[in-house]
Each structure stands twice: as structure tokens, then as C-alpha cells.
Design a binder for this molecule. Structure first.
Ligand SMILES: Cc1cc2nc3c(=O)[nH]c(=O)nc-3n(C[C@H](O)[C@H](O)[C@H](O)COP(=O)(O)O)c2cc1C
Length: 351
């Protein structure tokens, strides 16, 4: 069942997690060149920017990579909800000397579209992955018709079965310890979310397609543990944030340097969907799951000016400091070094 994974011709099935807003083609190229699978996140790119990023990546490596999209249903603009969000943010606008009468609204991320498909068609990548389920069937079939392998994240056994029934070629089992957005799409109940040690073996038993383990994979031991629990590969995010090839911002890097696992929480404040990040001032003061945060991705726009103002002062008070729980185990090294270590761990056995 894993033959298409083998055909990627990686040194080991070590995948760099796509991380929108925190990395560009440079990290993807470094990982692919080292023999893993680099990833280009497209959730915050225009079609034109995606075209340029894919071309730039191909300038740096002939090796395969994945391109990643969000595929959420854009929410209706709910004026009352946006007003409540503006009210919650207003004191911070006043404090930062920003115009509280002009708190921006609007989407911060766009889902996969026919325009993005047209860019993929020009030069299809080996793997196309989705977060938050799958795009409409006609778009999905068109991606598959390009010869791309399709992957998506599951956070429950139900989601894994749904993805398999809808034709994915592999499933990323995203454990609760993972940094960034929860890929959950069949339920909004956070109590359904499970740690990787619980989730992974259940999904492996439930589906026939290969399962890639994500969440807390940082060290050689965690790679071996995922493999022992039936993973066909690993997908690693947070550990790559500390590499110089990532576009991690200065405030984010500083927070990652000192964070412990207990310093992260799931929050809806930065986008409207639950995502794991290092607790900062906004999360502490509003509470990470504040009910006034509007539906994904509408929470993003209102926080953006606060984030920019604080970052200009060297503060991450209003920034999404995405991080997984295993952050403290990640050391600062090059992306090639990290990839080599993870690849060696995949092939090693612990006696
Ligand atoms: C900074 C950051 C940004 C992320 N952005 C995306 C994204 O754009 N698309 C996606 O599918 N997953 C995204 N994720 C989630 C990862 O795919 C993956 O599930 C997670 O990084 C694995 O857990 P780890 O961070 O403990 O390695 C992001 C994670 C982080 C840390």
C-alpha cells in the first residue's frame, strides 16, 4: 500500500510540515535536498505568489515536494459577530494608539480554488495536501487527474475514515500536541482531540492508506515511537521553526527558544479556529478560547494591526506564536542537519 511513498524516492518518509506564515520555498528546498519531503504552504499566498514560489523552489531543487492548501468553507460575514470582536479588541487599539473606529475586517486566508488549481496544472507537484478536510469533489478530482498524490489531516478516527472514503492517498494523523491549526473538520468539540500515541494506532487500524504521524515529532526517539505505532512516515513542524531556513519572525523565534511544553495552549484568537501556540499577553488576558472571536478566518484581520504595532517594539504580545508541545526538545540547527537526524532515526532501531 505504500508504493507511491516509495516512488517519491526519499531517503526516509520524513516530511516537513507546511507552515503558512512561517516559511517559504527556502525551507522546503533544504528539506527536499536533504532527502525528506519539503512543503510549500499556500494558505496565505495569491495564485501569482504560489506560481513564483513553486518556480523559486524548483530553481533550488529537482526533488519532490508537497504544496498545501486550506479548504475551509468561507463564513458569511456576520456584522454582529464582527462588532463583538472589535469591542473585545478596542482597549488594545486605544492602548497602542491605533484607530479603534477602523478595526479591519475580512478574510485572512483563502481556501483552495480553481485559480490555485490552474497554477498547479502548469507544473504539478508530487503531493498536494489539505488542512480542514478536502475541497469540493470537482476540484479534488481535478488535482488527482494531474497525477498529484492527495493527502489531508485527520484528528479523529472518524475524520480518517471520511478522508479515505473520499479518495485520499495518505492521511496525516495530527495529534493534539501539534503546533498550529487543528485540522479538525467533522466536529468543533475539542474533547474529541487526542494525543498522537492514542490517535495514531487507532487510525492505522481503521484505514488502508498510509498514515503519516504529526504532533510532537522532534527527537530521534519520537520518530522511532511513531514508527513503532504503525506510522508510514512522520511530519514535523515545530522543530523546523527553529532552523535558520524557516521564516520564523524574531519575536516567534525568541519565544520558541525559552518555551516549555506547558507554555502552549489552543487558542481561537488569531484566526477563529483552534490552533496551538505559546501563551502570550492576548491569550492570557482575553482567555485563549474567547467566545467573541469570529468564525475562521475572520478573527485574523482585527488582530493584525496590534500584532504589527507590538512586533515593531520587539513584542510578541499579539502575535500567533504557533508551537507544538514538544518545543523544548527541538535544538537550533540547520534544516539539513535536522532532516538527516530524523532520517537516521527512521532507519535506526533502539536496542
Ligand atoms: C507555525 C505553524 C504553522 C502551521 N501551518 C500549517 C499550514 O499552513 N497547513 C497545514 O496543513 N498545517 C499547518 N501546521 C500544522 C502542521 O502541519 C503539523 O500538524 C504540526 O506542525 C505537527 O506538530 P509539531 O508542530 O509538534 O511538529 C502548522 C504548524 C505550525 C507549527
Amino acid at each position: 500500500m505504500t508504493h507511491w511513498l516509495d516512488a517519491l524516492d526519499l531517503r526516509a518518509p520524513v516530511w516537513q510540515a507546511p507552515m503558512a506564515g512561517s516559511q517559504h520555498h527556502v525551507l522546503a528546498a533544504a528539506v527536499s535536498m536533504a532527502g525528506g519531503l519539503g512543503a510549500l504552504p499556500a494558505a496565505m499566498l495569491t495564485p501569482e505568489a504560489l506560481r513564483e514560489s513553486m518556480a523559486a523552489l524548483r530553481q533550488l531543487t529537482p526533488r519532490p515536494f508537497q504544496v498545501n492548501f486550506f479548504c475551509h468553507q468561507p463564513p458569511a460575514l456576520d456584522a454582529d459577530a464582527l462588532r463583538r470582536w472589535s469591542q473585545a479588541l478596542r482597549p488594545y487599539y486605544l492602548e497602542q494608539g491605533l484607530d479603534a473606529e477602523a478595526i479591519p475586517q475580512g478574510p485572512g486566508r483563502t481556501p483552495f480554488s480553481a485559480e490555485m488549481l490552474a497554477v498547479l496544472r502548469e507544473a504539478p507537484p508530487a503531493v498536494v495536501s489539505f488542512h480542514f478536510g478536502l475541497p469540493p469533489m470537482d476540484l479534488l478530482q481535478s488535482v488527482k487527474a494531474l497525477g498529484c498524490k492527495v493527502v489531508s489531516s485527520a484528528t479523529t478516527v472518524q475524520e480518517a475514515l471520511w478522508l479515505e472514503q473520499h479518495g485520499v492517498d495518505a492521511i496525516v494523523a495530527q495529534g493534539l500536541e501539534a503546533g498550529g491549526h487543528r485540522g479538525m473538520f467533522l466536529s468543533t468539540d475539542l474533547n474529541t482531540q487526542q494525543g498522537l500515541f492514542v490517535l495514531l494506532p487507532q487510525i492505522v487500524r481503521a484505514v488502508r492508506v498510509p498514515v503519516i504521524a504529526a504532533g510532537g515529532i522532534v527527537t530521534a526517539d519520537s520518530v522511532r515511537a511513531a514508527r513503532a505505532l504503525g506510522a508510514a512516515g512522520v511530519q514535523v513542524g515545530t522543530a523546523y521553526l527553529k532552523t535558520p531556513e524557516a521564516a520564523t519572525s524574531a519575536v516567534h523565534r525568541a519565544a520558541l527558544r525559552t518555551a516549555q511544553g506547558s507554555d502552549t495552549a489552543l487558542t481561537v484568537l488569531f484566526s477563529g479556529r483552534p490552533a496551538r501556540g505559546i501563551v502570550n499577553r492576548l491569550m492570557r488576558e482575553l482567555g485563549p478560547l474567547h467566545p467573541a472571536a469570529p468564525a475562521f478566518p475572520l478573527a485574523t484581520a482585527g488582530v493584525a494591526p496590534l500584532r504589527a504595532a507590538a512586533e515593531a517594539q520587539g513584542l510578541g504580545d499579539f502575535s500567533p506564536l504557533w508551537s507544538g508541545q514538544h518545543v523544548a526538545a527541538a535544538r537550533e540547527c540547520s534544516a539539513a542537519e535536522l532532516t538527516n537526524e530524523l532520517i537516521a532515526a527512521w532507519h535506526s532501531r533502539r536496542d
